[in-house]
Design a protein around this ligand. Structure first.
Ligand code: GLN
Length: 479
């Protein structure tokens, strides 16, 4: 029996019934990786002996007992490499577990492999990885999205049951849409960032990739919660997200923001989203038109704030404490300079330079301060929208997966890949992408459902109602 296409809930049933042992799950997953990862290149590091040992020791009565989970290579797992797909972190070994990893372990999970990503999570295609591009399981000539492209491709390609990712401007939702899986970004402060290598601290949030909405709800229940080690995590009880599912959407008001249906959007994407909206209407939701007037500024504001924060966060990679150090330096400044010149890739350098510029004296008020003000207005747009509706429906990405190499020459084209996901991070609210169809040449399309702060229960309920009525999440790529 091939178990790699099963869901976590199905695995749990089989484990409980004694029809399967945790060790067999790891072994079958490892076989699947051997069969498909030479094509997909979703994984950067695997320690199968360790995963097998964890499986042998797993307590299957726990919520994730014996279930393997893959982890984006930006989250510290004690004793394992954590390179952030950057040469500058080559040779670094994580000295401690991130809080999300501790929580997964406490729930009985088996840690399985680190997944590929854009260097330091900067990108939308996984082409900015120093270790090579991950491929889209639906078309190997195309990108899987990014920056968590390895996690998305691994789950969609059935070489992971679920994976952790991070989302600063869309890095979970966009690759989930392009690979056809569920990708959830929680409300800012819902999940601890302790042990996550910071890109833009006021935007970064850890979330999950799964095959189904119910699994996403289950994993969120496990990784969410207050953490005194992260001063941006919020002390609020964690609801039983799985209990919110199955209640349908009758009586809910679902908003459709008119600014999210723009010129230049792929017509097949637009059609799939309109069809999804009709499905919700059929199920008894009330559809309301919404305006988010500051949407047009989101990409510009994001690329000021995210670069400013990254220029500060990445200052710590200087050859002294972590990973790589340049050889035979003349003096300490030469050592710093050459370590960073040799260690960082082109996109990371571009962002550090941009971020240093927008924070520099004389430009701070013109760029950074103004961006912060417009960020407030974007948040206010959503606050007002959620007075009129319970959740928002939008496309996740304006286009399906593009070809490898198609946008690498033009950073602006690449930045536009996140035009529909970025505002959610700026506002600190939650969003999930779920499969909602395919183009005529069989490329996945994702529907984004956006909820207000702490609105994960309603958001998941809305996502689940669509999933249960449609076949898209059941399709498997022809690998
Ligand atoms: N694509 C966006 C960027 O390049 C978002 C990345 C992310 O969410 N980590 O910054």
């Amino acid at each position: 029996m091939d178990i790699t296409s099963l869901t976590i809930l199905e695995l749990r049933q089989k484990l409980a019934a004694g029809a399967l042992r945790p060790r067999e799950i790891v072994d079958q997953l490892a076989d699947r990786v051997t069969a498909v990862d030479s094509k997909l290149k979703a994984y950067l590091h695997l320690d199968l002996d360790k995963s097998r040992a964890e499986a042998d020791a797993a307590n299957i009565t726990l919520p994730l007992g014996g279930i393997p989970i893959a982890v984006k290579d930006v989250i510290n797992v004690k004793g394992a490499p954590c390179t952030c797909a950057s040469k500058i972190l080559q040779g670094y070994t994580a000295p401690y577990d991130a809080t999300v990893i501790r929580k997964l372990r406490e729930a009985g999970a088996v840690l399985f492999g680190r997944t590929n990503m854009d260097e330091f999570a900067m990108g939308s295609s996984t082409e900015n990885s120093s270790w090579g591009v991950t491929r889209n399981p639906w078309d190997l000539d195309r990108i899987p999205g990014g920056s968590s492209g390895g996690s998305a491709a691994a789950v969609a390609g059935h070489e992971a049951f679920a994976a952790l990712g991070t989302d600063t401007g869309g890095s979970i939702r966009q690759p989930a849409a392009l690979c056809s899986c569920v990708g959830l970004k929680p409300t800012y402060g819902r999940v601890s960032r302790y042990g996550l290598v910071a890109f833009a601290s006021s935007l970064d949030q850890i979330g999950v990739f799964t095959k189904t909405v119910e699994e996403a709800a289950l994993l969120l229940e496990i990784i969410a919660g207050y953490d005194p080690l992260d001063n941006t995590s919020i002390d609020r009880p964690v609801p039983k997200y799985t209990a919110a599912l199955g209640r349908g959407v009758r009586g809910l008001r679902l908003g459709v923001p008119k600014e999210y249906f723009v010129d230049g959007m792929d017509p097949e994407v637009e059609k799939a989203i309109r069809t999804a909206i009709d499905e919700y209407k059929k199920q008894g939701a009330e559809i309301v038109e919404i305006s988010l007037p500051h949407t047009q500024y989101a990409v510009a504001v994001y690329y000021i704030i995210a670069t400013a924060e990254c220029s500060a966060n990445l200052a710590r990679f200087d050859g002294v404490r972590y990973g790589k150090r340049a050889q035979n330096p003349k003096d300490i400044l030469d050592m710093y300079g050459r370590t960073r010149a040799e260690g960082f890739g082109a996109e990371v350098k571009r962002r550090i330079i941009l971020g240093t510029y927008v924070l520099s004296s004389g430009y701070y008020d013109a760029y950074y301060n103004r961006a912060q003000k417009v960020r407030q207005l974007i948040g206010e747009d959503f606050r007002l929208a959620f007075e009129k509706c319970d959740a928002l429906l939008t496309p996740t990405s304006p286009t399906p997966a593009f070809k490898i190499g198609e946008r690498t020459a033009d950073p602006l084209q690449m930045y536009l890949a996140d035009i529909f996901t970025i505002a959610v991070n700026l506002a600190g609210i939650c969003g999930v992408s779920i499969p909602c169809g395919f183009t005529s040449n069989k490329l996945p399309i994702g529907l984004q459902i956006i909820g207000p702060k702490w609105g994960e229960e309603t958001m998941l309920r809305v996502a689940h109602a669509f999933e249960q009525a449609t076949p898209w999440h059941k399709e498997k790529p022809p690998l």
